[in-house]
Design a protein around this ligand. Sequence first.
Ligand SMILES: [Zn+2]
Ligand SMILES: [Zn+2]
Ligand SMILES: [Zn+2]
Length: 358
Amino acid sequence: MDFTDSAPLSSVSAPLLSGSTPKQEDHYVASITDEHETTCWGCGLRLIISPYAPVFKCGWCGAITNHNAHKQDNKYFWWRRLRDRCFVFILLLFMLFIIGSGIWAIYPVIFSVSYFCGIFHLTVTGILSITTLLTYVLAAFRSPGAPPLITWGSYPSVGRGGLDDYNFCHLCSKPKPPSAHHCRSCGMCVLDMDHHCPFIGNCVGAGNHRSFILFLISAVASTFYVSVVSSYVAYKIWPPLRHIPTTVLTKSTVLTILTEYTFSFLISVEYLPIRGFVLIYLFFASVSVEIGLAVLLWQQLSYIYEGKTYLSQLSSNSNGSDEVEEKDCQNIVRFFGCPYPATRCVLSFWNSKKSHKK
Ligand SMILES: [Zn+2]
Ligand SMILES: [Zn+2]
Ligand SMILES: [Zn+2]
Protein backbone atom coordinates (compact mmCIF):
# COMPACT_ATOMS: atom_id res chain seq x y z
CA MET A 1 0.00 0.00 0.00
CA ASP A 2 1.35 3.39 -0.93
CA PHE A 3 1.21 5.57 2.13
CA THR A 4 1.18 8.93 0.36
CA ASP A 5 -1.90 7.89 -1.60
CA SER A 6 -3.78 6.14 1.17
CA ALA A 7 -3.19 8.35 4.21
CA PRO A 8 -2.94 11.97 3.15
CA LEU A 9 -3.29 14.55 5.88
CA SER A 10 -6.31 16.05 4.20
CA SER A 11 -8.20 12.80 4.77
CA VAL A 12 -8.04 13.19 8.56
CA SER A 13 -11.33 14.48 9.78
CA ALA A 14 -12.37 16.75 12.64
CA PRO A 15 -12.04 16.88 15.63
CA LEU A 16 -8.70 15.39 14.66
CA LEU A 17 -6.88 18.02 12.70
CA SER A 18 -4.15 16.09 10.94
CA GLY A 19 -1.82 13.09 10.87
CA SER A 20 1.57 12.59 9.23
CA THR A 21 4.46 10.21 8.65
CA PRO A 22 7.98 11.01 9.82
CA LYS A 23 8.90 11.85 6.20
CA GLN A 24 6.14 14.39 5.79
CA GLU A 25 6.00 15.90 9.28
CA ASP A 26 8.51 18.70 8.57
CA HIS A 27 6.37 19.95 5.77
CA TYR A 28 3.04 19.76 7.59
CA VAL A 29 3.72 20.63 11.22
CA ALA A 30 6.43 23.25 10.81
CA SER A 31 4.23 26.14 11.88
CA ILE A 32 2.44 24.32 14.71
CA THR A 33 3.55 24.59 18.33
CA ASP A 34 4.61 21.42 20.19
CA GLU A 35 1.66 21.26 22.57
CA HIS A 36 -0.71 20.77 19.64
CA GLU A 37 1.10 17.66 18.47
CA THR A 38 0.38 14.17 19.59
CA THR A 39 0.64 10.61 18.30
CA CYS A 40 -2.32 8.34 17.65
CA TRP A 41 -1.91 5.28 19.87
CA GLY A 42 -3.72 3.17 17.25
CA CYS A 43 -1.78 3.80 14.04
CA GLY A 44 1.20 5.79 15.32
CA LEU A 45 0.56 8.73 12.99
CA ARG A 46 1.44 12.20 14.23
CA LEU A 47 -1.71 14.22 14.80
CA ILE A 48 -2.20 17.92 15.27
CA ILE A 49 -5.04 18.67 17.62
CA SER A 50 -6.59 21.58 19.42
CA PRO A 51 -5.14 22.04 22.93
CA TYR A 52 -8.77 22.07 24.16
CA ALA A 53 -9.50 18.59 22.79
CA PRO A 54 -8.47 16.07 25.44
CA VAL A 55 -10.57 13.40 23.70
CA PHE A 56 -10.29 12.98 19.95
CA LYS A 57 -10.72 10.40 17.24
CA CYS A 58 -8.08 9.60 14.65
CA GLY A 59 -9.34 10.31 11.14
CA TRP A 60 -7.28 7.46 9.72
CA CYS A 61 -7.69 4.41 11.96
CA GLY A 62 -10.69 5.67 13.98
CA ALA A 63 -9.04 5.05 17.39
CA ILE A 64 -10.14 7.33 20.23
CA THR A 65 -7.44 8.95 22.34
CA ASN A 66 -8.43 10.23 25.76
CA HIS A 67 -5.81 12.34 27.50
CA ASN A 68 -7.93 12.37 30.67
CA ALA A 69 -7.63 8.60 31.08
CA HIS A 70 -4.65 7.70 33.23
CA LYS A 71 -3.27 4.40 34.36
CA GLN A 72 -5.26 3.52 37.45
CA ASP A 73 -3.96 1.73 40.47
CA ASN A 74 -5.09 -1.91 40.63
CA LYS A 75 -3.32 -2.95 43.82
CA TYR A 76 -6.29 -4.81 45.35
CA PHE A 77 -6.72 -7.06 42.28
CA TRP A 78 -5.37 -10.26 43.89
CA TRP A 79 -7.36 -9.66 47.06
CA ARG A 80 -10.58 -9.26 45.03
CA ARG A 81 -9.72 -12.36 42.98
CA LEU A 82 -9.10 -14.45 46.10
CA ARG A 83 -12.34 -13.21 47.73
CA ASP A 84 -14.32 -14.10 44.56
CA ARG A 85 -12.78 -17.57 44.29
CA CYS A 86 -13.38 -18.33 48.02
CA PHE A 87 -17.01 -17.29 47.64
CA VAL A 88 -17.43 -19.58 44.61
CA PHE A 89 -15.88 -22.47 46.56
CA ILE A 90 -18.22 -21.85 49.55
CA LEU A 91 -21.26 -21.66 47.23
CA LEU A 92 -20.27 -24.95 45.55
CA LEU A 93 -19.98 -26.62 48.97
CA PHE A 94 -23.34 -25.15 49.98
CA MET A 95 -24.99 -26.51 46.81
CA LEU A 96 -23.53 -29.98 47.48
CA PHE A 97 -24.76 -29.77 51.10
CA ILE A 98 -28.29 -28.83 49.94
CA ILE A 99 -28.34 -31.70 47.40
CA GLY A 100 -27.05 -34.18 50.01
CA SER A 101 -29.44 -33.11 52.78
CA GLY A 102 -32.34 -33.07 50.28
CA ILE A 103 -31.61 -36.66 49.26
CA TRP A 104 -31.32 -37.71 52.94
CA ALA A 105 -34.57 -35.99 53.96
CA ILE A 106 -36.77 -36.72 50.95
CA TYR A 107 -35.90 -40.08 49.38
CA PRO A 108 -36.63 -42.52 52.23
CA VAL A 109 -40.18 -41.10 52.35
CA ILE A 110 -40.56 -41.01 48.54
CA PHE A 111 -39.35 -44.64 48.21
CA SER A 112 -41.80 -45.67 50.95
CA VAL A 113 -44.65 -44.31 48.79
CA SER A 114 -43.66 -46.43 45.77
CA TYR A 115 -40.48 -47.80 44.25
CA PHE A 116 -41.31 -46.42 40.79
CA CYS A 117 -41.98 -42.97 42.30
CA GLY A 118 -38.59 -43.09 44.05
CA ILE A 119 -36.70 -44.03 40.87
CA PHE A 120 -38.50 -41.28 38.90
CA HIS A 121 -37.66 -38.57 41.46
CA LEU A 122 -34.08 -39.80 41.81
CA THR A 123 -33.63 -39.45 38.02
CA VAL A 124 -35.13 -35.94 38.01
CA THR A 125 -32.90 -34.92 40.95
CA GLY A 126 -29.81 -36.34 39.23
CA ILE A 127 -30.50 -34.45 35.98
CA LEU A 128 -31.26 -31.14 37.74
CA SER A 129 -28.27 -31.40 40.10
CA ILE A 130 -25.76 -32.24 37.36
CA THR A 131 -27.11 -29.51 35.04
CA THR A 132 -27.06 -26.85 37.78
CA LEU A 133 -23.56 -27.73 39.01
CA LEU A 134 -22.13 -28.04 35.48
CA THR A 135 -23.56 -24.73 34.21
CA TYR A 136 -22.45 -23.02 37.44
CA VAL A 137 -18.87 -24.27 37.05
CA LEU A 138 -18.87 -23.23 33.36
CA ALA A 139 -20.17 -19.73 34.18
CA ALA A 140 -17.71 -19.32 37.06
CA PHE A 141 -14.52 -20.68 35.50
CA ARG A 142 -14.91 -19.97 31.79
CA SER A 143 -13.21 -16.84 30.46
CA PRO A 144 -15.88 -14.14 30.15
CA GLY A 145 -14.51 -13.25 26.70
CA ALA A 146 -11.29 -11.33 26.10
CA PRO A 147 -11.31 -9.00 23.06
CA PRO A 148 -9.66 -10.56 19.98
CA LEU A 149 -6.05 -9.65 19.33
CA ILE A 150 -5.75 -6.84 16.81
CA THR A 151 -2.79 -5.16 15.18
CA TRP A 152 -2.15 -1.69 16.52
CA GLY A 153 0.52 0.95 16.94
CA SER A 154 2.09 1.17 13.47
CA TYR A 155 0.75 2.86 10.36
CA PRO A 156 1.28 0.42 7.50
CA SER A 157 -0.29 -2.50 9.36
CA VAL A 158 -3.30 -0.58 10.70
CA GLY A 159 -5.62 0.18 7.80
CA ARG A 160 -8.22 2.92 7.41
CA GLY A 161 -10.93 2.44 10.07
CA GLY A 162 -9.06 -0.60 11.42
CA LEU A 163 -9.54 0.57 15.02
CA ASP A 164 -12.81 2.44 14.60
CA ASP A 165 -14.13 3.60 18.02
CA TYR A 166 -11.48 1.58 19.86
CA ASN A 167 -10.21 3.08 23.11
CA PHE A 168 -6.93 2.26 24.78
CA CYS A 169 -7.18 0.35 28.05
CA HIS A 170 -4.43 1.64 30.34
CA LEU A 171 -4.85 -1.30 32.73
CA CYS A 172 -4.47 -4.03 30.08
CA SER A 173 -2.22 -1.86 27.83
CA LYS A 174 -4.23 -3.11 24.84
CA PRO A 175 -6.85 -1.71 22.43
CA LYS A 176 -10.38 -1.96 23.83
CA PRO A 177 -13.27 -2.51 21.34
CA PRO A 178 -16.38 -0.30 21.67
CA SER A 179 -18.47 -3.13 23.18
CA ALA A 180 -15.83 -4.08 25.78
CA HIS A 181 -15.41 -2.85 29.36
CA HIS A 182 -12.54 -3.29 31.74
CA CYS A 183 -13.42 -5.20 34.91
CA ARG A 184 -11.12 -4.40 37.81
CA SER A 185 -12.12 -7.54 39.72
CA CYS A 186 -11.26 -9.83 36.78
CA GLY A 187 -8.29 -7.64 35.72
CA MET A 188 -9.16 -7.79 32.03
CA CYS A 189 -11.26 -6.20 29.31
CA VAL A 190 -14.44 -8.21 28.72
CA LEU A 191 -16.25 -8.32 25.38
CA ASP A 192 -20.01 -7.56 25.59
CA MET A 193 -19.71 -7.32 29.36
CA ASP A 194 -23.05 -7.59 31.15
CA HIS A 195 -21.95 -7.27 34.78
CA HIS A 196 -19.47 -8.66 37.29
CA CYS A 197 -21.38 -11.29 39.27
CA PRO A 198 -20.05 -11.92 42.82
CA PHE A 199 -21.99 -15.22 43.02
CA ILE A 200 -19.97 -16.76 40.18
CA GLY A 201 -16.87 -14.69 41.04
CA ASN A 202 -16.55 -13.83 37.36
CA CYS A 203 -17.74 -11.37 34.78
CA VAL A 204 -20.73 -12.23 32.63
CA GLY A 205 -19.62 -11.49 29.07
CA ALA A 206 -19.55 -12.82 25.52
CA GLY A 207 -17.67 -15.98 26.60
CA ASN A 208 -19.95 -17.23 29.41
CA HIS A 209 -23.26 -15.36 29.11
CA ARG A 210 -25.03 -18.43 27.71
CA SER A 211 -23.71 -20.66 30.54
CA PHE A 212 -24.87 -18.04 33.06
CA ILE A 213 -28.42 -17.95 31.63
CA LEU A 214 -28.55 -21.78 31.47
CA PHE A 215 -27.42 -21.87 35.10
CA LEU A 216 -30.22 -19.47 36.09
CA ILE A 217 -32.82 -21.55 34.21
CA SER A 218 -31.53 -24.76 35.77
CA ALA A 219 -31.35 -23.24 39.27
CA VAL A 220 -34.90 -21.84 39.06
CA ALA A 221 -36.22 -25.24 37.88
CA SER A 222 -34.28 -27.04 40.67
CA THR A 223 -35.45 -24.75 43.48
CA PHE A 224 -39.06 -24.98 42.23
CA TYR A 225 -38.78 -28.78 42.23
CA VAL A 226 -37.25 -28.83 45.74
CA SER A 227 -39.98 -26.53 47.13
CA VAL A 228 -42.77 -28.76 45.71
CA VAL A 229 -41.23 -32.10 46.75
CA SER A 230 -40.15 -30.93 50.23
CA SER A 231 -43.62 -29.54 51.01
CA TYR A 232 -45.22 -32.83 49.83
CA VAL A 233 -42.86 -34.95 51.97
CA ALA A 234 -43.33 -32.63 54.98
CA TYR A 235 -47.09 -33.08 54.61
CA LYS A 236 -46.59 -36.87 54.53
CA ILE A 237 -44.49 -37.05 57.72
CA TRP A 238 -46.17 -34.28 59.71
CA PRO A 239 -47.41 -35.63 63.09
CA PRO A 240 -51.22 -35.69 63.50
CA LEU A 241 -52.73 -32.57 64.98
CA ARG A 242 -53.55 -33.13 68.69
CA HIS A 243 -56.07 -30.34 69.14
CA ILE A 244 -58.77 -30.93 66.58
CA PRO A 245 -61.40 -28.21 67.05
CA THR A 246 -64.84 -29.66 67.51
CA THR A 247 -66.75 -26.40 67.22
CA VAL A 248 -69.36 -26.23 64.45
CA LEU A 249 -68.14 -23.90 61.71
CA THR A 250 -70.02 -20.62 61.65
CA LYS A 251 -68.95 -17.16 60.58
CA SER A 252 -68.47 -16.00 64.14
CA THR A 253 -66.21 -18.92 65.05
CA VAL A 254 -63.86 -18.82 62.03
CA LEU A 255 -61.26 -16.78 63.93
CA THR A 256 -61.41 -19.08 66.95
CA ILE A 257 -61.02 -22.19 64.79
CA LEU A 258 -58.08 -20.68 62.92
CA THR A 259 -56.38 -19.84 66.22
CA GLU A 260 -56.98 -23.34 67.53
CA TYR A 261 -55.58 -24.93 64.35
CA THR A 262 -52.49 -22.72 64.45
CA PHE A 263 -51.95 -23.59 68.10
CA SER A 264 -52.41 -27.29 67.40
CA PHE A 265 -50.06 -27.07 64.40
CA LEU A 266 -47.34 -25.41 66.49
CA ILE A 267 -47.69 -28.00 69.28
CA SER A 268 -47.31 -30.83 66.75
CA VAL A 269 -43.91 -29.40 65.68
CA GLU A 270 -42.64 -30.72 69.02
CA TYR A 271 -43.18 -34.27 67.73
CA LEU A 272 -41.60 -33.56 64.31
CA PRO A 273 -38.50 -35.68 63.54
CA ILE A 274 -35.21 -33.98 62.51
CA ARG A 275 -36.06 -34.87 58.92
CA GLY A 276 -39.09 -32.56 59.21
CA PHE A 277 -36.95 -29.59 60.29
CA VAL A 278 -34.60 -30.19 57.36
CA LEU A 279 -37.64 -30.22 55.06
CA ILE A 280 -38.93 -26.92 56.51
CA TYR A 281 -35.50 -25.39 55.97
CA LEU A 282 -35.31 -26.75 52.39
CA PHE A 283 -38.77 -25.37 51.60
CA PHE A 284 -38.11 -21.82 52.83
CA ALA A 285 -34.56 -21.70 51.43
CA SER A 286 -35.64 -22.96 48.00
CA VAL A 287 -38.63 -20.59 47.77
CA SER A 288 -36.57 -17.51 48.68
CA VAL A 289 -33.69 -18.43 46.32
CA GLU A 290 -36.21 -19.26 43.59
CA ILE A 291 -37.86 -15.82 43.81
CA GLY A 292 -34.49 -14.00 43.65
CA LEU A 293 -33.17 -16.07 40.74
CA ALA A 294 -36.45 -15.87 38.81
CA VAL A 295 -36.38 -12.05 38.99
CA LEU A 296 -32.75 -12.04 37.79
CA LEU A 297 -33.55 -14.48 34.97
CA TRP A 298 -36.53 -12.41 33.85
CA GLN A 299 -34.40 -9.25 33.81
CA GLN A 300 -31.62 -10.99 31.85
CA LEU A 301 -34.04 -12.43 29.26
CA SER A 302 -35.62 -8.97 28.84
CA TYR A 303 -32.22 -7.46 28.05
CA ILE A 304 -31.44 -10.26 25.57
CA TYR A 305 -34.86 -9.77 23.94
CA GLU A 306 -34.05 -6.05 23.55
CA GLY A 307 -30.60 -6.91 22.11
CA LYS A 308 -28.80 -5.21 25.00
CA THR A 309 -26.64 -6.01 28.00
CA TYR A 310 -27.08 -4.57 31.49
CA LEU A 311 -24.10 -2.23 30.97
CA SER A 312 -25.19 -1.06 27.51
CA GLN A 313 -28.63 -0.32 29.00
CA LEU A 314 -26.98 1.71 31.78
CA SER A 315 -24.77 3.65 29.37
CA SER A 316 -27.66 4.41 27.00
CA ASN A 317 -29.65 5.70 30.02
CA SER A 318 -26.79 7.88 31.25
CA ASN A 319 -26.03 9.24 27.74
CA GLY A 320 -29.73 9.97 27.28
CA SER A 321 -29.44 8.42 23.83
CA ASP A 322 -32.77 7.38 22.35
CA GLU A 323 -31.11 4.64 20.31
CA VAL A 324 -33.82 2.02 19.85
CA GLU A 325 -32.58 -1.56 19.50
CA GLU A 326 -34.71 -4.07 17.65
CA LYS A 327 -36.87 -5.93 20.18
CA ASP A 328 -37.29 -9.39 18.77
CA CYS A 329 -37.61 -13.01 19.90
CA GLN A 330 -34.94 -13.74 17.26
CA ASN A 331 -32.46 -12.07 19.63
CA ILE A 332 -33.16 -14.83 22.19
CA VAL A 333 -32.96 -17.56 19.51
CA ARG A 334 -29.63 -16.14 18.25
CA PHE A 335 -28.35 -15.88 21.82
CA PHE A 336 -28.91 -19.59 22.43
CA GLY A 337 -26.91 -20.39 19.31
CA CYS A 338 -29.48 -21.20 16.61
CA PRO A 339 -27.56 -20.17 13.47
CA TYR A 340 -30.75 -19.62 11.44
CA PRO A 341 -33.73 -17.49 12.37
CA ALA A 342 -36.42 -19.70 13.93
CA THR A 343 -39.04 -18.42 11.50
CA ARG A 344 -36.89 -19.60 8.57
CA CYS A 345 -36.69 -23.10 10.09
CA VAL A 346 -40.48 -23.15 10.56
CA LEU A 347 -41.09 -21.78 7.04
CA SER A 348 -38.79 -24.33 5.37
CA PHE A 349 -40.52 -27.12 7.33
CA TRP A 350 -43.92 -25.74 6.23
CA ASN A 351 -42.80 -25.50 2.58
CA SER A 352 -41.44 -29.06 2.58
CA LYS A 353 -44.81 -30.30 3.92
CA LYS A 354 -46.61 -28.43 1.12
CA SER A 355 -44.37 -29.85 -1.61
CA HIS A 356 -44.92 -33.38 -0.24
CA LYS A 357 -48.70 -32.90 -0.49
CA LYS A 358 -48.38 -31.91 -4.17
ZN1 LIG B 1 -4.86 6.48 14.23
ZN1 LIG C 1 -8.64 -3.58 30.18
ZN1 LIG D 1 -15.31 -9.13 36.37
